[in-house]
Design a protein around this ligand. Structure first.
Ligand SMILES: [Zn+2]
Ligand SMILES: [Zn+2]
Length: 338
C-alpha cells in the first residue's frame, strides 16, 4: 500500500508498505481522504515532542472499513467512517472519569502509532465513527479538525447572548468561527487577524465584525463597536494573546486557549479575580465525532469552505511545500488516496 513515511526530520517519502492486518478489537480502514495539519508539519521538521521515527503520519482521515479483527462485528465491513485519532487505555483516572482525550497512556494515531496518510490504517473499532450518506468523503476527512473546535466550545460552553471574540482566522480559527456562527448562531462574533484574505474567509463564515490588527488596535475597534467579549477563543496561539485577552474580557468572561506554545504568558491574579474570569484548556477531542458529524449532516457547518486545496497522494511533497511556502493561501489541504 502507498504510505507517507517520515523517516526522520525533513525526510519524508511516499513508499510501498505491506498492508497491515487488524489486531483483535481493531478495524482496517481503506482511507479515501486525509487532511494535513500543522502538527504534521511539526513532525516533518522533527519539532514534535512525542513522535518516534519512522512513522506513517496523518491523523485527520476518513474512508470505509474493509476488514475487521477478532472480536469485531463483521457486518461493519463496508461501513463508511471518520477516524478519531484518540486511542485511550480505558483504565486510568482520566479515562475512568470521562476524559479519555487526556488519558495517561494516550496514543495518538499518526503520532504514537501508524497514521492515515496511507491506503490502509488499522485503529481500534471505537475510533471508527460511522458516517451518514449525506456526509461525503472529503467532508468526512475534516471531522477531526472540527472536533477540535467542538471540544474547545464544549469546555467553555456557548451562551445565546455571548459576544464572542476569536483570535486567528487560520485553519483552527475557521473551525471555531463556523461552529460559533452555524451551530450556535451567535449574533456578535468578532474575528481578529493580521491577514486580510483570512478576514474575508471569516466574514464569509459568519464573523459579524472583523478587525485587522495590523491596521488598528483591537481594543480600539471593540470600543468603537461598543463590544465587550464574554467568550474569547485564542486560535492564533501566541503567548501574548492571553495577556491582552484578560484586559478585553467582560466580567465573568471565559477564555479558551488552543495553543501549545512552551513560552510563558504573564497572568496577574488580580486580572483574573477582579472580573472572575475562567481559563479553559482543550486537547484533541473527547468523543466529539458524533456531534460534528451531526453538524455536517444537518448542514450547520460548511466543510467545503474549509478545504482550500486537494492533492493526489503522489503529490504529497507539493502539498507540504504549498503549506510551507504559501500558508496565507491555504486553509485545509487534503490528500486524495482514491
Ligand atoms: Zn490536526
Ligand atoms: Zn487512560
Amino acid at each position: 500500500m502507498r504510505s507517507v513515511l517520515v523517516e526522520g526530520p525533513r525526510r519524508m517519502s511516499l513508499v510501498e508498505r505491506p498492508m497491515p492486518d487488524p489486531a483483535p478489537g481493531e478495524v482496517r480502514v481503506r482511507v479515501r481522504y486525509a487532511g494535513i495539519c500543522g502538527s504534521d508539519l511539526h513532525i516533518f521538521h522533527g519539532q514534535h515532542p512525542y513522535v518516534q521515527f519512522p512513522r506513517i503520519i496523518g491523523h485527520e482521515f476518513a474512508g470505509h472499513i474493509d476488514a475487521v479483527g477478532a472480536g469485531v462485528d463483521a457486518s461493519l465491513e463496508g461501513q463508511r467512517v471518520a477516524v478519531t485519532p484518540v486511542v485511550s487505555c480505558g483504565t486510568c483516572h482520566s479515562c475512568r472519569t470521562g476524559r479519555p482525550n487526556v488519558c495517561l497512556n494516550l496514543q495518538v494515531v499518526g503520532v504514537h502509532r501508524e497514521g492515515g496518510f496511507a491506503d490502509y490504517c488499522c485503529v481500534p473499532v471505537e475510533c471508527a465513527v460511522p458516517l451518514p450518506d449525506n456526509v461525503d468523503d472529503r467532508a468526512a476527512a475534516t471531522v477531526e479538525p472540527f472536533s477540535i473546535a467542538a471540544n474547545m466550545l464544549g469546555r467553555t460552553g456557548v451562551l445565546n447572548e455571548d459576544t464572542a471574540l476569536v483570535y486567528g482566522a487560520g485553519p483552527i480559527g475557521m473551525t471555531v468561527i463556523q461552529a460559533l456562527s452555524g451551530v450556535h448562531g451567535l449574533r456578535q462574533l468578532v474575528v481578529v487577524d493580521r491577514i486580510e484574505s483570512r478576514l474575508d474567509w471569516a466574514r464569509d463564515s459568519g464573523a459579524t465584525l472583523t478587525v485587522n490588527s495590523a491596521d488598528r488596535p483591537l481594543s480600539e475597534a471593540l470600543q468603537d463597536a461598543g463590544l465587550s467579549p464574554d467568550l474569547i477563543i485564542d486560535a492564533a496561539c501566541h503567548p501574548a494573546i492571553l495577556e491582552e485577552a484578560l484586559d478585553l474580557a467582560a466580567p465573568a468572561g471565559r477564555i479558551g486557549l488552543m495553543g501549545f506554545s512552551p513560552q510563558p504568558s504573564s497572568v496577574p491574579q488580580s486580572k483574573l479575580n477582579r472580573k472572575e474570569l475562567t481559563l479553559y484548556a482543550s486537547r484533541l477531542n473527547n468523543r466529539k465525532f458524533p456531534e460534528v458529524i451531526d453538524w455536517m449532516a444537518q448542514g450547520l457547518i460548511r466543510p467545503e469552505r474549509f478545504v482550500s486545496h486537494s492533492f493526489k497522494a503522489e503529490q504529497v511533497h507539493d502539498a507540504f511545500a504549498l503549506l510551507e511556502e504559501s500558508p496565507v493561501e491555504c486553509c485545509k489541504v487534503l490528500l486524495d488516496f482514491n
